[in-house]
Design a protein around this ligand. Structure first.
Ligand SMILES: Cc1cc2nc3c(=O)[nH]c(=O)nc-3n(C[C@H](O)[C@H](O)[C@H](O)COP(=O)(O)O)c2cc1C
Length: 344
């Protein structure tokens, strides 16, 4: 059998992708009226990457309540009024041959515009951040229901895959990190209970043949934080709760990987994806400075990951996947829009 490459199809349960290239979720901070509703910017931004050949286009971190957003200009999904604008994006992505995913999240103590952000424990992110309020146990159960509602609405909008955001120091990460969760209730005794309960609720809301995805930080890069061994244990609990495909990032409690210390060399997170795949025998997505097509292709070809996600590379070039196909001399016929054929 030939080695897989990024232009091979990928299928898992009912999800069928034309290739193994995902647009990584990236906040646009482009909501106009603080209402969480996607705008024309979002429509054009996401649909362009479908025209540009990606197999899976993931809509940015979209939050389950107004104060769960990093800023008031982030997308939200807590009301039916937010569904039509997302459905328009999903339909546009489908029209151009890609599948649509959305990342569901809560920023927790990193919600910068919330008057008083909430978190597992009242520990601020840094000296410049507001001190969050500790959620009561009852509120934590309420928060799980907010995630459930968001997932329900995402299904209504027609998304093909839902990713639960458990990375980068946001609320789920805050619950599973011993650095930020000092609770004594059941959500402190079992650090993965919050994330696991969310996954179980999500699973109840999505169609049976839809895979459930989760992004985790597989390493924290701070003193006292967890490393890959700890991440494997977290991932095992999340797999047990229903996560089926893992999107492997890192960092977040000290800084966000994309801008912070770890992300300085190409493919910096690939070893983490490989370890999770090996330990759990699950499909994984590798991300982080994979913008060189030959490198991205090697990550899939060597079996380190099943898919690659490209973030900043696709900010620079919406046609990243088309260009990659040309560079790697892959058959572009199936992905190049007929209008652009002469360019390829
Ligand atoms: C502008 C910007 C916004 C981002 N927003 C998100 C986000 O909403 N959710 C997420 O999980 N990661 C987010 N990230 C991280 C990216 O998804 C990606 O993991 C990271 O940039 C590393 O991949 P790259 O080297 O291909 O950019 C963001 C990154 C950038 C540059």
């Amino acid at each position: 059998m030939n080695e897989p490459n990024i232009f091979d199809t990928f299928s898992y349960k009912g999800l069928e992708l034309r290739n193994r290239i995902m647009m990584s979720p990236m906040c646009q901070y482009s909501v106009e009226k603080k209402d969480g509703i996607a705008t024309d910017w979002h429509y054009i931004h996401y649909v362009s990457r479908a025209i540009g050949g990606a197999g899976l286009v993931m809509v940015e971190m979209t939050d389950v309540e107004p104060d769960g957003r990093i800023s008031d200009y982030d997308l939200g999904l807590w009301s039916v009024e937010q569904v039509p604008a997302l459905k328009r994006i999903v339909d546009g992505i489908h029209q151009h041959g890609a599948k649509a995913a959305i990342q569901i999240a809560h920023a927790g103590r990193k919600a910068e515009d919330a008057e008083i952000p909430v978190a597992p424990s009242a520990i601020p992110f840094d000296e410049a951040s507001k001190t969050p309020r500790e959620l009561t146990t009852e509120e934590v159960y309420g928060m799980i229901e907010k995630f459930r509602k968001s997932v329900q609405l995402a299904v209504q909008a027609g998304f093909d895959v839902i990713e639960i955001h458990g990375a980068h120091g946001y609320l789920i990460h805050q619950f599973h990190s011993p650095l930020t969760n000092k609770r004594t209730d059941e959500f402190g005794q079992d650090l993965t209970k919050f994330g696991s309960d969310i996954l179980k609720a999500a699973k109840e809301e999505i169609p049976k043949d839809m895979p459930l995805m989760m992004r985790i930080s597989a390493k924290e890069y701070v003193d006292g934080g967890y490393d890959i061994e700890g991440a494997i244990e977290l991932a095992k609990a999340y797999k047990e709760a229903g996560a089926e495909i893992f999107d492997i990032s890192s960092g977040g409690e000290g800084q966000i990987a994309a801008w912070g210390k770890p992300g300085t060399h190409a493919a910096y997170q690939v070893p983490l994806a490989r370890e999770i795949k090996k330990a759990l025998n699950v499909p994984v997505i590798a991300v982080g400075r994979l913008d060189e097509p030959a490198l991205a292709n090697a990550v899939v070809g060597t079996g380190d990951a099943d898919m690659v996600a490209v973030g900043r590379g696709m900010l620079r070039n919406p046609y990243w996947a088309l260009e990659a196909a040309k560079q790697l001399r892959k058959d572009t016929n199936t992905i190049v829009p007929v209008q652009y054929e002469t360019g390829f």
